[in-house]
Design a protein around this ligand. Sequence first.
Ligand code: ADP
Ligand code: MG
Length: 342
Amino acid sequence: MTTQPFLSVRDLRVRFRTEDGVVRAVDGLSFDLERGRTLGIVGESGSGKSVTNLTVLGLHDPRTTEVVGEITLDGQELTTAPESVLEKLRGNKMAMIFQDSLTALSPYYTVGRQIAEPFRKHTGASRREARSRAVEMLEKVGIPHARQRVDDYPHQFSGGMRQRAMIAMALVCDPELLIADEPTTALDVTVQAQILDLLKDLQQQTGSAIVLISHDLGVVANTADELLVMYAGRAVERGPVREVLRSPRHPYTWGLLGSMPRLTSSVTEPLTPIPGTPPSLLAPPPGCPFHPRCGYVTAVADDACRTARPELPAGRGAACHLTPEQRRTVLAEQIRPRPGGE
Ligand code: ADP
Ligand code: MG
């Protein structure tokens, strides 16, 4: 028996060399994920969520990107694996659903062909077999009249149907790791919920590990088991989803919760956005990267927030200098009980 997690990311650093300097898009990120589990990664736009996951799939440009750290999938190290190995894994053992189905699906080929192609490539199936697999996948993701719709082009599908087709494409080889990068962002709330339910159902059937990325805590709240909150290329808080939602520990997570519509309440409350904007990753601020936007800097002794980088402990925890006592006080005062929530 192996004790190694199915997917393990250790101290991952991803830097882009650009004309303006080096962008530290991911700066020392670690997480684990087991089969059958869903990890939610949340954070504002630009926090490094997509770069992290594109790096897992090996989809970065090696000419301009420096990757340091370890990524292992089922015991296989990926950061040093040759492209030929990654190509065999992509679409087969690991697959990704992209945010924008309009740009991810080619307008020139039928939906069915785009689902069948990766299946043929990885299994060596005949055209006929691959086509019937495409129909089967379209049925699985809930496209009505799949036998006819398989010959449609993407523009003949609605937004929700295209997103389903992308899921069908990602799942056609039964991947063991599925990365869904903002899979529902472009969709209305009802379709969003349907797509998330669909991902959960499919996971129950296949036991795959899912990374669900979103800038919206509400999207992952009901779907993920574990949560990783990212800010400026780092993880600032992690833990079981329910624990993080019930007793968030990082001021950034408090901010995300404050700017999230309350899903469990029928009362519409005004949203409080986090003041300011995320830092430039060309020159991240010293100390805690969140300190320029944090309301608790003066509560911490020795100006530590401006000078010392807080580390994220292993397991449940937050990368923040506030003491547990200070946090309890803040939470008691600032976060009102959620009506109808836990
Ligand atoms: P998220 O998915 O959380 O919105 P990304 O992972 O896409 O954020 O981006 C993280 C940071 O890396 C951003 O500041 C983005 O501008 C930068 N970035 C992403 N790709 C590149 C690239 N190819 N070259 C330079 N900077 C990049
Ligand atoms: Mg992104």
